[in-house]
Design a protein. Structure first.
Length: 730
């Protein structure tokens, strides 16, 4: 092999080996070491665990009890991405003068980092490698704190503007003083000022430097050191005998994060940390993308891993392409059953007062980058402003450190503590590591000073406690100050977060109480015309009903909706009326005939041969006779028919008639002049009558004579007698 044989071999849960090449020797045999026997002589992790001193009265809550969240959000299960830049200083370049060997070693470290963080749903992607081949661009000191300060300042001024990333890690061959092999700032990920760390390349094995960088990255993500004992067990079998976030590294750090680290990361994410981790991964050159490493490159790849580990039904692990019929990979939140979710489907809810929800675009399986309210937007009822997507309320910070029930210390206790300039109260550390006292007007922007809450902090350990009684306007106050130990590899104490309110119109910026107008929120908000707020990209996030980009015009869809709603209701009413008319059509036809009276009849056609209407379907029955089915007559009704309806016209005439007499009428008078009788009735014809004239229709009341013999209808009662008079008195 041109580059030599190197790597990590796991034969069984109990047997694992590392294969390493000596610096500058690519052709020599590799150095094989058992992972279980690998020692780091003379070096430990910068932290040594110290037994905490009793600090406060116990509140009855168990130590390190995690906060209870009413509901879990998708940010826990969604894949997060750390865009990492590794910088090799001049001493590291001198140790590995072959540039290809240095490049290969750095790539292997990045692959191990990605392997360490994958169980936490976090991917580590190397987006840049910088090697100082001629000389160091900053002062590299044996003091890790000073080196970290110089590196972070160079990162902000030089590296970040030309290469966007989430975290930068310096690797040096210079030995730090004391047992420390690395240093970072707690809870600093995504910060343009503090998201970085320094690491000493203290071993030939790549596992040594990889685990050190993973440890410092864990601090940037808000992870604390694991407690000794079995309270934070490491998942998985041996050789995972230790965890990555353990303080001591007399042996090689573990290959896994503990359950405590997992819970701490979930809590930090739910509190709004790490908005930059949800941005879409930029397309990387082919050097960083290999089919099987789950990283998509410049080509249209869908990398789900090697065949033994790919569980995505939408992806072909051999070709790194979508399977037939699939439009997306299932690892994206905007993909369901290998099909894209519709546009507008919420793929990431808001994580707090300063966060904004994200929605699927309809053409990608990835959720859009996380967007939050812009810096300076008010939150927490005006007690703070948003900074980097988090609401920096002083009370919330105390509860995050000391648990439920914690509150800010009294103003006098806070002022007295942070103007001391020691471990109990300060405004940070200088590059040399000494504590800096706060100016009285900046005291609230210094170290967190809280009261109440749990007996032990949720982060770090309470190393020492100081009590003091102060007088204020004749009142004596008991103040307690805590020396909070985060470890020697954490550069700064827990200071008040930027954006915390420190006075009317004032917030903490760079640990100083400064006007909130410096954040530019009001200037950005003015371009939204009063109908929106600024987001983290300094774009207007418009209220509902107002259109981007400046929220000055109403959305056209709202006016269309206002006009279309009455039209839709009118159309629905017409359809209902038509349906009701069709349902009651027989009754309506009968009603119309009653209103028309005798004019409701069939009419002949105006042109062409006259067509005769079909006779009505009437049942001609004899008492006890069967139905004449030969003519298709209907069966008799099972119930008696209702009385014939009376038209309104006849009803009106009947209503005008006088009531019948109450007494019997007198006998009819005798007709004095009876009319003469009419002519006698002629006899019946002796010859048969001629047939019906052509074109004349038979009466619809009589059956067709050619239909055969029909049953004769016999009256059920005799006809009434003829009237005895020839006139009626109305």
């Amino acid at each position: 092999m041109c580059s030599g044989l190197r790597g990590l071999v796991i034969l069984s849960p109990e047997k694992g080996y590392t294969l390493e090449l000596r610096p500058g020797d690519l052709q020599g045999p590799p150095i094989i070491s058992r992972i279980q026997d690998l020692l780091l002589p003379g070096h430990t992790c910068a932290l040594s665990w110290r037994e905490p001193a009793p600090t406060r009265a116990s509140t009855g809550r168990p130590l390190r009890q995690p906060r209870i969240h009413r509901w879990r959000r998708d940010v826990v299960t969604e894949t997060k991405i750390i865009e990492l830049v590794i910088v090799a200083d001049h001493s590291e370049v001198q140790r590995y003068p072959d540039h290809q060997q240095l490049l290969n070693r750095t790539l292997e470290v990045a692959l191990l980092l990605d392997t360490f963080f994958q169980p936490l749903n976090v991917r580590v992607v190397l987006v840049g490698l910088e090697a100082w081949t001629r000389h160091d661009l900053i002062e590299i000191s044996q003091d890790p704190g000073l080196t970290l300060h110089n590196f972070l300042h160079w990162r902000r001024a030089s590296l970040l503007p030309r290469l966007p990333h989430d975290s930068a890690q310096l690797v040096t061959a210079t030995s730090f003083s004391g047992p420390m092999v690395g240093m970072a700032i707690q809870n600093s990920i995504c910060s343009p000022d503090f998201s970085g760390g320094v690491n000493m390349d203290h071993s030939i094995s790549i596992l040594g430097v990889a685990s050190s960088i993973a440890h410092e990255l864990g601090h940037s993500l808000g992870l604390d050191h694991d407690t000794p004992g079995n309270s934070c067990p490491c998942p998985g079998p041996a050789p995972s005998k230790t965890c990555i976030m353990e303080a001591s590294t007399d042996f090689l750090p573990g290959l896994n994060f503990s359950n405590c680290s997992r819970q701490a990361l979930e809590k930090a994410l739910l509190d709004g940390m790490g908005s930059c981790l949800f941005e879409q991964l930029p397309r990387l050159p082919s050097m960083a993308t290999v089919c099987g490493n789950k990283i998509s490159g410049l080509s249209k790849q869908y990398n789900c891993g090697f065949p033994d580990h790919c569980t995505d039904p939408c992806c072909d692990s051999v070709t790194c392409q979508l399977r037939p019929g699939a439009r997306c990979t299932s690892d994206g939140p905007c993909c369901q059953n290998c099909q894209l979710r519709p546009a507008g489907w919420q793929c990431r809810p808001a994580r707090g007062d300063c966060d904004l929800p994200e929605f699927c675009s309809g053409d990608s399986s990835e959720c859009p980058p996380d967007v939050s309210l812009g810096d300076g937007e008010p939150c927490a009822g005006g007690q703070a402003v948003c900074m980097q997507g988090r609401c920096a309320s002083y009370a919330q910070q105390c509860q995050a450190l000391w648990g439920p029930g914690a509150q800010p210390a009294t103003p006098l206790c806070l002022l007295t503590a942070n103007t001391r300039g020691d471990a109990f109260g300060n405004c940070g550390r200088s590059p040399t590591g000494s504590y800096v006292s706060c100016d009285p007007r900046d005291a609230i922007c210094g170290q967190l000073q809280c009261q109440g809450g749990m007996a032990q902090p949720l982060l770090g350990s309470a190393r020492d406690l100081h009590w003091e009684t102060l007088e204020a306007n004749g009142t004596w106050l008991n103040c307690s100050w805590v020396h909070l130990d985060l470890g020697n590899d954490v550069a700064q104490p827990l200071l008040t977060l930027p954006g915390t309110a420190c006075g009317p119109g004032l917030v903490c910026i760079d640990h100083r109480c400064q006007p909130v107008d410096l954040l530019g929120a009001q200037e950005c908000r003015s371009k939204c015309h009063g109908h929106g707020v600024c987001d983290s990209n300094r774009n207007c996030h418009c209220e509902e009903g107002w259109a981007p980009p400046d929220c000055s015009a109403r959305v056209r869809a709202s006016s269309s909706l206002t006009t279309g709603l009455p039209l839709s209701l009118l159309l629905l009413l017409i359809l209902v009326l038509l349906g009701a008319s069709y349902w009651h059509r027989a009754r309506l036809r009968q009603r119309l005939c009653q209103l028309k009276g005798p004019s409701c009849q069939y009419r002949a056609a105006q042109s062409g041969p006259q067509e005769c209407p079909e006779p009505p379907q009437r049942a001609l029955l004899m008492p006890g006779a069967k139905q004449a089915s030969a003519l298709g007559f209907l069966a008799p009704p099972s119930r008696p028919l209702p009385p014939d309806p009376v038209s309104r016209r006849l009803q009106a005439e009947l209503a005008d008639r006088p009531n019948p007499p109450t007494r019997p009428l007198p006998a009819d008078p005798v007709v004095r002049h009876p009319k003469s009788q009419g002519p006698a009735k002629p006899p019946p014809p002796r010859k048969p009558l001629p047939a019906d004239p052509q074109g004349r229709c038979p009466s619809s009341d009589l059956p067709d004579p050619g239909a055969g013999n029909l049953p004769l209808v016999v009256p059920s009662r005799p006809a009434p007698p003829p009237p005895g008079v020839t006139s009626l008195y109305l």
